[in-house]
Every structure is written in C-alpha cells, then in structure tokens.
Design a binder for this molecule. Structure first.
Ligand SMILES: O=C(O)CCC(=O)C(=O)O
Length: 235
C-alpha cells in the first residue's frame, strides 16, 4: 500500500539539507508570511495556478537541475529498478521539488489536507497522448525530520472506490468525510528512505505530538505518470 525504501545515508541527507538552505533566497513562501514557516523549493502543481506554475517551473527547474542533478539521477535510477521500466522527467513540468516546513508550520494536530494526489489533472495538458491516469505514483523522500519524527496518515481506500461511494451518496462529500468510517494508519518516515505509494491512496501529512523551536521537516516531493512505457516524474 505504502512502502519506504532506504535510498540516502545520513551524510547525503545532511549535504542536501545544506544545499537546500544555500538556496534560501529561491524558496517560495507558501504560508501567509515568512514567519508562518511553510515554503517550497520548486513549483508545485497542487499549489500554483497554471500561469505561476509555468513561470516558476521555468525559473526554478534550471536551479534545481544544476544543484540536485545527482539526487535526481539517484531517484530516477532507483525508481526505474523498482518499477522495472524507464524513468525520465516530464517535459515542460516542474521537477520534483522540496517541501520545507519550519517549526511554526509543522503539524501538531491532524489538520493537514486529507486528499488523493490528483494534481495531474492540473499539471498535464488535457488529452496528453499515451498517458495512463489510472496508475499514478507519488513519492516523498525525507531529507530532515523533526526530533519527534514524521510520517503519513493513510486510510485504506482508493480514489476509485471513493468515487464509487460518492456516486451513491446524495450531497457533497469530501475525502475527509470517509475517514470517519475507516481506521487511520500511520506510515512513519525515516530520513533518506523514499516512501512510495499510489497517489490514489487516501492520505494526509502526519502530525507529531511536539515540535522543538529548531525543528524542520524537509522532503523531496514528486509524482509520476506512465506515458508510453516510461514513467515521467514531475511535481
Ligand atoms: O509530506 C508528506 O508527508 C506528504 C505530502 C503530500 O501528501 C503531498 O504533497 O501530496
């Protein structure tokens, strides 16, 4: 359902963390102010409207590629071995980028969005030839976690099943509504271990019980779709 596999060691995570911080001036503020502590390094299709997404991807992809070429190669090579298929990067879309939560933004209650990863509907041009939307992939590679750890809350329901449920029930239903009926499971993260799941699994960024003032939660975040036999990575 969701699996974490070791990819980077502690020294590699520390080097990446340093490189991400050296690019502080390029972080995109995602909260209401810099003190709210939520940033991305990279364009994100679930956050950026179409125009901003294209402009940010155009501006930040070269920066990300220059700085993190080695990381992208490792991730692509790893996924290719795991998926037994070629893996590349989607043309014209944002490269996988970083979520950065500083202490004030780290969730201590389960209030993050409960969702399926459907951003391919925004990011990919409609009717892109040969694109398989039934089998998406999402990944999170924790680079740095708070002292109390981090993880993903998941519920054993797929988007396809959720859609069938919504079709039977009158009135507006949101993904969070079905969590009342299902047991919440917690997938713990380990720094350097890449967590893989179908973005069609219901999930939520996991809260932790306590945040220290200097805690940070930094992850590489990306998605993939299969196009004519090759997985195309993007964010
Ligand atoms: O940061 C995480 O743990 C997962 C992020 C996530 O769910 C998303 O970006 O869709």
């Amino acid at each position: 359902m969701i699996t974490s596999l070791e990819l980077l060691d502690a020294a590699e995570c520390a080097r990446l963390e340093g490189a991400i911080k050296e690019l502080r001036a390029r972080w995109v503020m995602r909260g209401t102010s810099p003190t709210s502590g939520f940033f991305t390094l990279g364009a994100a299709s679930y956050l950026d409207g179409a125009d901003d997404y294209a402009a940010r991807a155009g501006e930040l992809n070269p920066v990300l590629r220059d700085t993190f070429a080695g990381l992208y190669a490792r991730v692509a090579e790893f996924l290719s071995a795991r998926l037994r298929a070629p893996v590349g990067f989607a043309d014209g879309l944002a490269l996988p980028g970083f979520h950065i939560w500083l202490a004030p933004a780290i969730f201590v209650t389960p209030v993050a969005s409960v969702h399926f990863d459907l951003q391919y509907l925004r990011a990919w041009p409609e009717a892109t030839p040969g694109l398989d939307l039934r089998r998406p992939l999402s990944f999170t590679l924790p680079i740095r976690l708070p002292r109390r750890g981090g993880g993903l809350n998941v519920w054993d329901v797929t988007y396809e099943r959720y859609r069938r449920f919504v079709a039977r029930v009158p009135g507006a239903i949101q993904p969070v509504d079905v969590t009342v009926l299902l047991e919440r499971m917690r997938h713990p993260y380990t720094p350097g271990a890449i967590a893989l799941h179908s973005g069609h699994l219901l999930h939520q960024i996991g809260e932790i019980d306590e945040v220290a003032p200097d805690d940070e939660r930094i992850t590489l975040q990306g998605h993939a779709l299969l196009q004519r036999g090759e997985w195309k990575l993007y964010w």
